[in-house]
Design a protein around this ligand. Structure first.
Ligand SMILES: [Mn+2]
Length: 201
């Protein structure tokens, strides 16, 4: 293959709120077709009820993972009847097409960091829609972004402080980046989760 073998490398790090045995923050990383679906789900609040809601949402994402992102939001909504709500960030990275589609609902974060800082803008921030999934059905907007080799996408829960992207060294591996963000930028009053995906050869 002239283009070489293109792939999506992924890693994550997570830490429950101190004193809680279960985290209300969960991730999904799944090969879907030729690409990779990634998700960060934060059940409202923390502890066991938050974890139950997050598990239900991740279960729905896993089960219906071949559907478009916007439909996955509805699947999560349907799976949360009788449970707490969740907020989430979702992205589908397609290494063949060199594109990423992503969306967010509620208080979650996402940033795309360009490997080549000459590629303007060098940083694209996920703009989530307001609200949460589980009450009124949200209708978030899916945005599509072109990817270049080495570009790194980070999704995270609100247990991670803003501003972490300034201090990242992009030559580090996705796992090193996830561990660094968790160690240096987790809040001490919430569950925390960070997921890193890189478009690589
Ligand atoms: Mn949270």
């Amino acid at each position: 293959m002239a283009a070489g073998h293109l792939k999506i490398e992924t890693a994550f790090a997570t830490l429950p709120l101190q004193g809680q045995s279960e985290s209300g923050d969960l991730s999904l990383i799944k090969r879907v077709g030729k690409g990779t679906l990634i998700a960060v789900v934060d059940g409202l609040g923390h502890g066991q009820q938050a974890a139950s809601a997050a598990h239900a949402a991740v279960g729905a994402l896993d089960r219906y993972s071949r559907e478009p992102l916007i439909d996955l939001v509805r699947r999560c909504h349907d799976a949360l009847v009788g449970l707490r709500g969740v907020v989430l960030g979702l992205a589908y990275l397609d290494p063949q097409a060199a594109t990423m589609a992503w969306l967010g609902v509620g208080n979650v974060g996402g940033v795309l960091l360009r490997a080549d800082v000459g590629n303007r803008p060098s940083r694209i921030t996920l703009v989530p829609n307001a609200g949460f999934i589980g009450a009124e059905q949200p209708h978030p907007t899916t945005r599509s972004v072109p990817l270049a080799l080495g570009d790194t996408v980070i999704l995270h829960s609100d247990g991670i402080k803003d501003g972490f992207a300034e201090s990242l060294v992009l030559s580090k591996s996705p796992q090193e980046i996830a561990d660094f963000v968790m160690t240096r930028h987790a809040k001490d009053n919430d569950d925390a989760l960070v997921l890193v995906a890189r478009y690589a050869r």
